[in-house]
Design a protein around this ligand. Structure first.
Ligand SMILES: Nc1ncnc2c1ncn2[C@@H]1O[C@H](COP(=O)(O)OP(=O)(O)OP(=O)(O)O)[C@@H](O)[C@H]1O
Ligand SMILES: [Mg+2]
Length: 332
């Protein structure tokens, strides 16, 4: 049984300007110890997918229209505030893009890293202090004992993110959700933080969901990748397979837009057009208007995410479905 099993998740925003289908029929799972990359352009629903499960969205305007998100035997979508608070920061932790939003500027670093242990009653103060120092040390903060007395402003951006990671991991969660954890950092620090997260993931045996708009970040760290676009998953595959043989035109376009990946002599290609502002369309493939190989029927065909082979390569492209001889119900 997967550690996290999400089925048919729909999260829509009911705004004055109409409905935004931010997440529209998303199904995926996360196994123990596995790292799942979640990639896609800005606004495609990556954050909303995970925030909805942890009760971090304003409702209204957000509404969960359908779905289940089973963590062990709890459905996170219906669990309610108290149950979610017991899970959040204890069994499922988050690291956000900007460390300053996760840190309280007026509270000493050490106290903040101890907080999850004390809030969830996992140990007494002395033990919490000891564990927090050890976790900060493991996260690459030298002289952690002393540094625990510092306030966040005395830390560099990279050190703050290390502290936030220590805070997220001190309770030894089953799942770490990292939402663009390195976007605010410069490139060398980015690489260090990613390596640190991978190392701690292995040491603690936890599962990780790494949300990013950068496929380059995915390559070194993730076992599996899911590609989101306009509130849907368009492709999902083991990382090496996705890079070697992308099976959705959107994934191919993302790869062609990635510096250093395309064939020598081929220039970087931007994807023309913009994702739809209202999220997923009511009918058809959301990428069809920007797709250079779209078939006439892509505009209104049913394009479910389907498995192409035993390697768990899933795509929502009906061209690929046809080529692999899977699926029915496709109008031609
Ligand atoms: N409070 C809100 N009210 C209305 N729409 C919202 C709200 N929060 C998010 N959305 C919409 O939901 C969609 C998905 O947003 P989400 O934050 O999940 O994107 P994302 O993939 O995480 O993008 P980014 O890479 O920029 O973080 C977007 O179209 C966004 O405008
Ligand atoms: Mg986001």
């Amino acid at each position: 049984m997967p550690l996290l099993d999400v089925k048919d998740l729909r999260v829509w925003f009911h705004t004055r300007d109409g409905i935004v289908r931010a997440v529209d029929g998303v199904s995926f799972s996360l196994e123990r110890g596995e790292t799942l990359g979640v990639v896609g352009e800005s606004g495609c629903g990556k954050s909303v997918t995970f925030y909805s499960m942890l009760g971090l969205l304003p409702m209204p305007p957000a509404k969960i229209e359908s779905g289940t998100a089973m963590f062990k035997d709890v459905d996170l979508l219906t669990a309610g505030g108290a149950a979610l608070r017991a899970i959040r920061g204890r069994h499922i932790s988050m690291v956000f893009q900007d460390p300053m939003t996760a840190l309280n500027p007026y509270m000493r670093i050490g106290k903040q890293v101890m907080e999850p242990l004390l809030a969830h009653g996992l140990c007494n103060r002395n033990e919490a202090r000891r564990r927090a120092a050890a976790m900060l040390e493991a996260a690459g903060i030298q002289d952690a004992q002393e540094r625990m007395n510092a306030y966040p402003h005395a830390f560099s951006g990279g050190m703050r993110q290390r502290a936030v990671i220590a805070m997220a991991l001190v309770s030894q969660p089953d799942i770490l959700i990292a939402d663009e954890p390195t976007t605010a950092l410069d490139v060398t620090v980015q690489a260090q933080i990613l390596a640190l997260m991978a190392k701690l993931r292995d040491e603690l045996g936890m599962a990780m969901a790494l949300i990013t708009h950068d496929l380059g970040v995915i390559a070194g760290v993730c076992d599996r990748v899911m590609v989101m676009y306009a509130g849907r998953i368009l492709e999902e595959a083991p990382t090496a397979l996705l890079f070697r043989r992308p099976r959705h035109p959107y994934t191919r376009a993302l790869l062609e837009a990635l510096p250093g990946i395309q064939e020598a002599g081929k220039s970087l290609r931007a994807i023309p057009g913009l994702p739809p502002e209202q999220g997923a369309p009511e009918r058809g493939c959301p990428f069809a208007p920007r797709c250079d190989v779209a078939l006439p029927e892509c505009a209104d065909a049913v394009c479910p995410l389907m498995s192409l082979d035993e390697l768990a390569h899933r795509t929502a492209c009906i061209r690929e479905h046809r080529a692999a001889g899977v699926g029915g119900g496709v109008r031609s």
